[in-house]
Design a protein around this ligand. Structure first.
Ligand code: DQA
Length: 137
């Protein structure tokens, strides 16, 4: 089973960025433990701060992978283009968030990903990614 974890803007700063909200672990540390735990899954990881690169990655894997776990960061709330890209591919996408976006500012309650996603997992810290992975398995 081929699964991609795709992270959007500012998620390269995990471990340093607003630790009270996003925790102290870097994504690379978390990803290493996930790969060990789910050794049978072909897990890949890609992060970009650039909207077009996220779209290119969706196009690249979206007809061959079994699942995409997408945390589009703030683009979740703004990007019609990423929403359209998800509509245009075949691989199912699960939207994830580390924080509970619905318990935060109102602008975070809007998602251009959600209408095109298989499901949404938010508010469980980095475990949100693992729950999405479990769902694909
Ligand atoms: C986030 C929530 C977004 O609102 C925010 O812009 C992020 C991270 C999360 O994982 O909680 O960058 O997607």
């Amino acid at each position: 089973m081929k699964i991609l974890i795709l992270n959007g803007p500012n998620l390269n700063l995990l471990g340093k960025r607003e630790p009270a909200i996003y925790g102290n672990l870097t994504f690379e540390q978390f990803f290493e433990s996930l790969k060990k735990k789910y050794a049978d899954v072909e897990l890949s990881y890609y992060q970009s701060n650039i909207e077009g690169e996220i779209i290119n990655k969706l196009h690249e894997v979206g007809f061959s992978f079994d699942g995409i776990i997408l945390n589009a960061g703030a683009y979740t709330h703004t990007s019609i283009a990423i929403g359209d890209a998800i509509k245009g591919i075949e691989t199912p996408v699960i939207e994830v968030h580390i924080s509970n976006v619905y318990a935060r500012e109102e602008f975070r309650h809007v998602s251009y990903i959600a209408p095109n996603a298989k499901g949404i997992i938010a508010g469980f810290g980095l475990q949100s990614y693992e729950l999405a992975l479990e769902s694909f398995i």
